[in-house]
Design a protein around this ligand. Structure first.
Ligand code: DX5
Ligand code: ZN
Length: 215
């Protein structure tokens, strides 16, 4: 299972050191919030550009923004590898996915906890990744919502029945207890912010998410 550290709760004043501290994580999760789709505002493509200047990891950009398609090109130019946008924020998800592929990016679709997972069905043959939010988007440090487990299971069986290849990513409230639950449900990627960055030993936190708590 891939761990994608979200540095939303990291110390932004020493971001390069914080990123260096999650040595074993191949993915970095950028939580972009615009103050419209969610109340908070975090950062934009300039942060992606800055970090791209010293990291060649896989940049997994989660756009919690209205009209996400309008900024795909600037994130591509800033060095994103993948962009995940919200089904709830898009007028035409199929066009958004096609645009991301035309820009050479991987395309992800995210759903908020209240959105029926079946709404994703028309797009699942085309996306590279589905992001199941296990918290209400907008901030780190929230409690995992167990309803996410059924949605993961639904996506696992939909993918198997149709021979599709999208990755299933889960985001929000992931820790040593909830990571095994989502792994058993079939998740391929977990995003973790506070569980990793609130710990001094980030590598131990990442290992715990991947392998479970050491005995
Ligand atoms: C919430 C973000 C999540 C969040 C994860 O809107 O999408 O990535 O930062 O943070 P934790 O792991 O602290 O729940
Ligand atoms: Zn996120």
């Amino acid at each position: 299972m891939i761990v994608a550290p979200s540095f939303l709760t990291a110390d932004m004043h020493r971001l390069e050191a914080e990123i260096a501290s999650v040595r074993s994580a191949e993915w970095l999760h950028f939580d972009v919030m615009d103050g419209q789709f969610v109340p908070a505002v975090t950062y934009d493509q300039r942060l992606v550009e800055t970090v791209r200047g010293y990291s060649d990891r896989y940049f997994d950009c989660h756009l919690m923004t209205e009209k996400p398609e309008a900024s795909f090109a600037v994130y591509a130019g800033a060095g994103a590898d993948a962009i995940t946008f919200h089904l709830e924020a898009s007028q035409d998800p199929a066009a958004g996915i096609a645009l991301l592929h035309a820009l050479g990016l991987k395309a992800g679709l995210a759903i908020k906890p209240a959105t029926p997972v079946e709404r994703l069905a028309p797009f699942l043959a085309d996306v590279d990744l589905v992001l199941v939010m296990s918290v209400e988007p907008g901030k780190g440090g929230q409690k995992f919502m167990v309803e996410a487990l059924d949605r993961i299971a639904w996506l696992v069986s939909f993918r198997a029945e149709r021979g599709l290849g999208y990755l299933i990513e889960v985001d929000g409230g992931i820790n040593g207890t909830t990571a095994p639950l989502v792994r058993r449900a079939g998740a391929d990627v977990v995003v973790a912010g506070s569980f990793i960055f609130n710990r001094n030993d980030r590598e131990a936190a990442i290992a715990e998410l991947v392998h479970g708590r050491p005995d």
